[in-house]
Structure formats: C-alpha cells, structure tokens
Design a protein around this ligand. Sequence first.
Ligand SMILES: C[S@@+](CC[C@H](N)C(=O)[O-])C[C@H]1O[C@@H](n2cnc3c(N)ncnc32)[C@H](O)[C@@H]1O
Length: 240
Amino acid sequence: MGSTGWDNFWKGERKSFYAVMKMATRYFVLNIEKIYHLKPADEIFDYGCGPGFVADSLAPKKIRITGADINEFFIEECRRNHPDSLFTVITTDTTINKKILEEQLSGKRFDYILFLSVTQYLKSVSELEDIIKLLSVYMKEQGMIIVSDVLDENTNNKKDVLTLLIHCIKKGRIGAFIGFIYYLLFSDYRTISKQVKLLRVSEQAMRDLATRNNLSCEKVHGLTLQKTRSNYILSFTPVK
Ligand SMILES: C[S@@+](CC[C@H](N)C(=O)[O-])C[C@H]1O[C@@H](n2cnc3c(N)ncnc32)[C@H](O)[C@@H]1O
C-alpha cells in the first residue's frame, strides 16, 4: 500500500484514537470476560493492540496480556502502562512478522488471540488469511482466535454510530461522542477513508478462510458495540 494507506495512517497515529474507541474496546472486554470467564492464568495475545485498551481493561483483574502492533508509539504506551507484560512492534509484512514473533514469543501458546478492530484496515482477505495462519501457530490446542468488529456487506455506519451515541448517553459521556464525531469528520482518518475503502469481509469469505486453514469458524453476536459488524471465533476444534 502506498503512502496514503491505512498502514501509514496507523503507524503515524499518536492520539490513541479517543475515548469512544476506548469505551468500545472496554465493552468488548466485558463481554469476553463474561462469556469465557477469563482468569489470571489465561494466556492472551492481542494482535493489533493499539495503545493497550484491552490490557488496561484486564489489568484490574490481574490478567496480563501480550500485545503487538505496527505503531511504535502505541507499543511504548503499552510498555509504560504495563511494564511486566511483553509488547512487540510488528510490521505489515507477515513474513517479517513471522520472524519477529518466533523471536519474541519463543514457542509460547495462547488460550485467546484477539484480533479486534483491525481487519478493516487490511488490504485484502488474503492478507487477513496470512495473519490468521501466522496467529494459529501460537494458539493452544483448545485455544481460539477472536476476530472481532469485522465489517461486511451488512455493516451500516449510521446504525453503528447511533449505537455508540446511545452507549455514550447511558454512560454520561456525550462529550466523548462529540470528540469522536469531530475526529471522524475532520482528521486524517476522514481523508484516508475517502482514498482507501475499509476492507469488508463477508461471512462466507471468513468461513472459506477458516476451512482452508483447518479451523472451525463460529459467528458470535453482540461482542462489540457496533451491532452491524461481525465477530468470529476460529479454533482447531469446535468451540467450547
Ligand atoms: C482501531 S485500532 C484497534 C486497537 C485495539 N485492537 C482496540 O480495539 O482497542 C486498529 C489498530 O490496528 C493496528 N493495525 C493496523 N494495521 C495493522 C496490521 N496490518 N497488523 C497489525 N496491526 C495493525 C493499528 O496500529 C491500530 O492500533
């Protein structure tokens, strides 16, 4: 992707993309905590971890996570906030990432690998497949990759923004919502989204990808605030 791509946007992003996104990540974490009964012994890898909102949300429960992101600034922030955890800078090249993860993770396996709100910034389903292949190496036999917040043909931005607004009102955070809308309309995000469409991945494409890689694929509802987006659990065996 050229200099105007999503990868360049994210590598340069500094502002930690604001309160509403933090709230949305927290909502996701509360859901997976509830569904999977996360505990301190669980090994969790957050691929595309951003500034560490998942780590921040799980820290009070003494659940420490491992993270990786293409943005060095975010990784520094994660390291500062969670000095006992491993956070690694990766690239957008899966072959290079394979080497980085081999070095950094040295044979570690995870119960949960999170891929939250990243799919839409990839170039293609084939890039997603390369990442899933890479990540599946680090999944425990009974583990799972949670691919969340996936845009598809049913995604409706207006409906999703409305859900965010309702959530912000309920939480008394209307200021955060205004900041988020301002960001969507007036930041580089807006400029880039006009040039490079966010990737949409259909349910069938996700299921085909899973089948090609001998993974089972379950679609789950309600993990994220944005209800017109999709969530999938990929695992070696049918989901627990
Ligand atoms: C919307 S943020 C989500 C951050 C975090 N997962 C969360 O939900 O709080 C998208 C993140 O994906 C990262 N990202 C973008 N392209 C990536 C890629 N090809 N591989 C890994 N991470 C990527 C960005 O740097 C950014 O931190």
